[in-house]
Write a protein that binds this ligand. Sequence first.
Ligand SMILES: *Cc1c(COP(=O)(O)O)cnc(C)c1O
Length: 415
Amino acid sequence: MPTSPATRVEISRSRLIGNFEFLRSLLPNNGSGKRGGASAASGDLLAVVKANAYGHGLSPCAPWLVQAGAKWLGITSVEEGVALRRLCPKVRILVMRGLMHGEVDALIDAQLAPTVWGLEQLEWLANTARKQDMALGSVPIHLEIDTGMTRQGIGLADLAKFLHALQGLPALRLAGVYTHFASADRLDAEQDRLQRNAFRQAVEQIFAAGFHPQWIHAGNSSTLLARRCEDLSGLMQTHDAKFLVRPGIALYGYAPAFSGAQSKTPETARATLRPVLAWKTAIASTRSVEAGTAVGYNATFVAPTAMRLALLPVGYADGLNRKLSSTNSCAGGHVLIHGAAAPIVGRVSMDLTVVDITHVPNAATGDEVVILGEQDGGGQAGKRVTADDHARWAGTIPYEILCAISARVPRVTSE
Ligand SMILES: *Cc1c(COP(=O)(O)O)cnc(C)c1O
């Protein structure tokens, strides 16, 4: 069931590429001139495009990132990887969710690099390599180390056993080693320090066992924005491996709120990012109501005075969070109409939402409504609503707001 024709998400090419280039400039040594220009970077980015590019659309985002110079893209499922391979035939693709039974054939067909840490996963890959008579070292794997997040990956205690098993499977090649930090946005977190130490130890153990992974990666948007890659990239240089950082949310113009910052560095970096996505619709109809009129499900809002209301053809089925609803005693979210904030009144319904336009007298049916993004104020200063605003209203994080914009909202591209 399509949404109303006026409802759409606009994805800005120049902003996505601008964010990508800015993040690349934050890599250690980049542009320091040691070996001249951008090529002096001791690392590279793995651009994370999982969850349909955080709701922005794998197409167009992935091909744009590749055009901007991305050499690595990260997604979460083999299914997404297969779709991504069709869009980007040459780029390196990492599947960041651990390999699952039954995924191996599609993975190998699409030339995706799997995340593995279990002996079973090694067996599935080795069996397929044997069946297909694949050459030595022709199946690249990325080993995830669980350095303390307790989600995916191998613990340090089991690493020796894993490496021993891998030595007996010559078709497989340990191409990458990585970890994921649980508290990268908590700049004073003891957990981050412990995870970094554990990762360093794991990498040393892997090289000492005679493996030479080409790619070592760790860190996300927060790690880059806070410029906390130096120690990690230094470690890789001693082993002649290439260091990768894996930003996701920052590519799309957002970042987690940092805590424990000693300096303004992360906040300054954050302010440079520009949201890539704008979510718009149009007024479906307007009406005036008298004081005492109940609005929406369960009459959670009753007009305290005469009001003018606009009906929007958007609801939680489009991904507009129901926690943006309001009651008489508790404000909810707002949208922009003619550059002014129009508060949501009553409950957000599945496909419809009502907003207050009492103070926007010239608002009329068909006028543009900005749910996320910027809008000119007709001469006055423009206003904006961000995924951070929605996240604050809904009690969640901008990641969830962006990923929740549902598939029925068409993604269109803009410059
Ligand atoms: C999602 C994800 C990232 C990107 O994280 P952001 O906070 O969006 O930058 C990096 N690495 C892994 C393993 C992830 O799952």
